[in-house]
Design a protein around this ligand. Structure first.
Ligand SMILES: *Cc1c(COP(=O)(O)O)cnc(C)c1O
Length: 362
């Protein structure tokens, strides 16, 4: 028998979350962001659920090819654009739309031989200071692109640094509006957080939700997935493979960093950091055993964790352990709560599920 760990992808939930994005931005077309192998869910596993999107946005050219290989003929956008000249050949061949965020990419386009001109998304740096043209250089970049025979339509795009937090989007939005004033072309502004939190101000031709599609709240802990009516796209679950009865003073795991202060039972679950469960989830991380909420105790090891069985006295060998997502009895454990216990975000956990974890689609 294989090790009992399993990641299950919930296609109905993914479909529901896409619909949620649509309802938050009814006047916009929706890019389903599927970078990083659909945030760890697997592009092939999410494809049917996201077929109702208007396009797929990602950044790895192999992933773009996989979307085309699945039969998708609609828009595909490369969020970081091309990395080297021959990438443009693939863009021509597969009809990929691509971001242009720097002069080197315009140089490559100018030297590219193509029968069919490309649709490009010209990126403005509105304050994040990662990719994009500075506001004072944006118009010159647009003019240069517009003069190229290799370029068809130019769309205007930016990415907010603070859509999920107290700084908000006001100043970035003002920068975008000033830099793009009077320029023709479709606009795309909003990631998940902006789509949910700033819908009225970021109304645009396209929205680019990623994390919300997978059921994680972009602004946790201010709001949780239930607040935004999102459902978990993935469940990571395993089983109890052993139990121990502790006496007061007994310790658990490497470093003995948990000590029982009363008699208690613990379960050993078949999951560890080699599966992508974060090693930072020390004592107190929430976990479900047979659908009942309890906590981890002691340190996460490579292949095992230990959990407090006090609230589930009937649990034992073979009991279901839900690390995040949905238990068989319907109980939910949001990935965001587990991420918080590990000092990180849901994004990192879902992207980090290890290759050795088998994946099922339901
Ligand atoms: C990843 C990404 C998104 C999606 O962001 P979420 O926070 O996951 O919604 C949108 N736009 C760009 C440019 C991205 O790189």
């Amino acid at each position: 028998m294989p090790r009992p760990i399993l990641a299950t992808i919930h296609t109905d939930s993914l479909r529901h979350n896409l619909d949620r994005a649509r309802r938050a931005a009814v006047e916009s077309r929706v890019w389903a962001v599927v970078k990083a192998n659909a945030y760890g869910h697997g592009i092939e596993n999410v494809f049917e659920s996201f077929r109702a999107a208007d396009g797929f946005a990602l950044l790895d050219l192999d992933e773009a090819q996989r979307v085309r290989a699945l039969g998708w003929r609609g828009p595909v956008l490369l969020l970081e654009g091309v990395f080297e000249p021959r990438d443009l050949e693939l863009c021509s061949r597969l009809d990929l739309w691509h971001t242009v965020h720097c002069d080197a990419q315009i140089d490559m386009l100018a030297a590219h031989k193509t029968q069919v001109p490309h649709r490009v998304f010209l990126k403005l740096n509105s304050g994040m200071n990662r990719l994009g043209f500075a506001p004072e250089r944006y118009r010159a970049a647009w003019t240069r692109l517009n003069a190229l025979p290799q370029v068809d339509e130019i769309s205007l795009v930016t990415h907010f640094s603070d859509a999920d937090g107290p700084r908000g989007i006001e100043s970035s939005l003002a920068v975008f509006e000033r830099a793009t004033q009077d320029l023709p072309g479709e606009r795309s502004l909003a990631n998940s957080a902006a789509t949910l939190r700033h819908a009225s101000q970021t109304r645009a031709d396209w929205v680019r939700p990623g994390i919300l599609l997978y059921g994680s709240a972009p602004d946790f802990p201010e709001h949780d997935a239930a607040h935004w009516q999102l459902q978990p796209g993935m469940t990571l679950a395993t089983r109890i493979i052993g139990t121990q009865a502790l006496k007061p003073g007994d310790t658990v795991g490497y470093g003995s960093n948990f000590t029982a202060d009363a008699p208690m039972r613990i379960g050993v679950a078949a999951v560890g950091y080699a599966d992508g469960y974060p090693r930072h989830c020390d004592t107190g991380t929430p976990v479900l055993v047979d659908g009942v909420r309890t906590r981890t105790v002691g340190r996460v090891s490579m292949d095992m964790i230990t959990v407090d069985l006090t609230p589930v006295p009937a649990a034992g060998f073979g009991s279901e352990v839900t690390l995040w997502g949905k238990a068989s009895n319907g109980a939910l454990l949001p990935i965001d709560e587990v991420a918080q216990a590990a000092g990180t975000v849901g994004y990192e956990l879902m992207c980090a599920v290890a290759r050795r974890v088998p994946v099922a689609v339901d």
